[in-house]
Design a protein around this ligand. Structure first.
Ligand SMILES: [Zn+2]
Length: 375
């Protein structure tokens, strides 16, 4: 569930009012006019962005210190994203790609290939690891998602960094080819009336033109802009992946960081039979026990004990991130009922059989790869 940090629920106006009371009259008037114009231009209160940054411990002195460059405003970009959130994830993705490329020194022309490369980084894990749908309709698959799936299948890898150089060039070029069709021409549609464009692009150009001012704006406001993009991207994905957990983390994280499961090995060995949960082979020198998630880690994004089992290396690697068969789910629930439900620091909630079944159904509903059972 994403908390709406930019919605009406925040005590934004009160914060501004308190500040105004402490300042001399002429400053008050100027600040009042400033706040009014920030609102009326975009309909989006800039201080809400400032509060969001503060809440997320992002260093930003908005709105007083917002880097106003050639009339570009963070609040206006937020308004552009807000109005786009029901359509496609391309807008937040392009915003993130522009922000990331602006970490480099300014170049007047940013090639579509470079943007394609950023798109590959942004969409790869969401597609290959987290299996997130980017479109609400089941019959409609985003072109970006299709290209990434095909590339992952062709090169037989789940990791973008494991793609050979030719594969990386290939996926960047495929995604660059999508940009003129659906993305670049539509990005600024619906922007606040006075907001300058972040880039210029005309049909047939293999690049976008970025002014020095826009580059400076993107660079100076990189953190709040990325937060805004992540928030609206996650908001859209919640509509397309109704029951998938931890969407905001799946959108924000570039690389999935998994913790070692070593500490669970002894707990499981003490409480379960010394056999593979899946194929029942007894552990010995040939079959060393490993720890595996029954409902895949990449769906849950955590290591709750109720989900962890001992598995032989063969089953563990064969199962990969697939959902187990219904039989194996029932076996997991039986084990839970028999006592292995001890809370650990990584389990922050009590979970019932119904909750586990619901998570399993949620994974099925987002078309997670399924159903695996030992050969
Ligand atoms: Zn096994």
């Amino acid at each position: 569930m994403v908390v709406d940090p930019l919605g009406e629920g925040l005590p934004g106006p009160a914060v501004v009012d308190r500040r105004r009371r402490r300042r001399p009259a002429h400053v008050q008037t100027a600040r009042k006019a400033d706040a009014r114009s920030a609102r009326s231009r975009s309909g989006f209160p800039v201080f809400a962005v400032a509060l969001l940054c503060r809440r997320l411990h992002v260093k930003s002195n908005l709105p007083r210190g917002e880097k106003l460059i050639n009339d570009l405003r963070v609040g206006d970009v937020a308004a552009l994203m807000r109005d786009a959130r029901k359509s496609a994830t391309y807008k937040p993705a392009l915003l993130k790609a522009l922000v990331r490329r602006s970490r480099e020194p300014h170049v007047a022309r940013l090639s579509l290939l470079d943007l394609g490369e950023e798109f590959a980084k942004l969409y790869w894990n969401q597609t290959v690891i987290y299996h997130l749908r980017q479109a609400a309709s089941l019959s409609k698959e985003a072109a970006v998602v299709r290209s990434i799936r095909e590339t992952a299948a062709r090169y037989k890898t789940r990791s973008l960094s494991n793609l050979p150089k030719s594969g990386q060039t290939d996926i960047a070029a495929r995604l660059a080819a999508i940009l003129p069709v659906n993305v670049l021409g539509a990005f600024h549609a619906g922007k606040p009336a006075d907001m300058p464009d972040l880039y210029r692009w005309e049909r047939g150009w293999p690049y976008v033109e970025i002014t020095r001012d826009a580059h400076q704006f993107l660079r100076a406001n990189a953190l709040p802009l990325e937060l805004i993009a992540n928030y609206f991207w996650a908001d859209l994905l919640e509509h397309c992946n109704r029951l998938a957990p931890r969407i905001i983390q799946k959108v924000s994280r570039d690389a999935a960081s998994r913790k070692s499961l070593q500490k669970y090995l002894n707990i499981l060995l003490a409480e379960s039979a010394a056999t593979c949960f899946y194929c029942d082979v007894a552990f010995d020198t040939l079959h060393a026990p490993t720890v595996d998630h029954v409902i895949p880690w990449s769906f849950l994004l955590e290591d709750p004990l109720w989900d962890l089992v001992l598995a032989c290396g063969r089953c563990n690697s064969q199962k990969s991130d697939w959902l187990p068969s219904e039989d194996l789910l029932q076996k997991l629930l039986r084990r839970s009922r028999s006592g292995l439900r001890r809370p650990t620091s990584s389990v922050s909630f009590l979970i019932t059989d119904g909750d586990v079944e619901q998570l399993y159904q949620a994974a099925i509903s987002v078309e997670w790869p399924r159903f695996w059972s030992p050969a």
